[in-house]
Write a protein that binds this ligand. Structure first.
Ligand SMILES: [Zn+2]
Length: 152
């Protein structure tokens, strides 16, 4: 990536300490909702550019958003991955979203902590707490209930 681009990303996206989504407002989005930029004469998405900057060896991998927010350019929310991982992510998120409205998925912080510390398999844990497998998964990988991890 040319120096100019790197400088641009540094200036436009000072990201340290930011855990929230950084919404790109300086560039127009393409039809898929990804803000785009012209780099080296090629139109590319800014999220991809950011991903490449922080993962120089990503090659042809896709840049995946962990936050589902296509206009987000927070490097912490974008990681390289395969198309398959992308689809798996999407379907896991879909299942998690569906579970949110169900009464049995309402967990207390204590329960979330118990799930996090559970040594049972994901499936067994989900069963004993009456929650979706994806809920357990997200707690385990620290995607949900981030605030409880500060005390771990
Ligand atoms: Zn984000």
């Amino acid at each position: 990536m040319p120096r100019k681009q790197i400088t641009w990303i540094k200036q436009k996206a000072p990201y340290e300490g930011l855990s929230d989504c950084m919404i790109c407002t300086s560039h127009r989005s393409n039809n898929y909702g990804y803000p785009q930029i012209t780099a080296n004469g090629k139109v590319t998405s800014i999220s991809r550019l950011v991903c490449q900057r922080f993962n120089p060896d990503m090659g042809e991998l896709h840049s995946l958003h962990s936050c589902d927010n296509r206009s987000c350019i927070n490097p912490d929310h974008i990681r390289p991955g395969t198309r398959l991982e992308n689809l798996a992510d999407k379907s896991a998120r879909g299942r998690a979203a569906k579970g949110e409205g169900l009464p049995q998925s309402k967990l207390t912080e204590e329960q979330a902590l118990q799930i996090y510390n559970s040594t049972e398999s994901f499936r067994e844990t989900a069963k004993s707490f009456g929650v979706a497998l994806s809920t357990v998964y997200y707690i385990k990988i620290r995607r949900n209930w981030k605030h409880i991890h500060a005390s771990i």
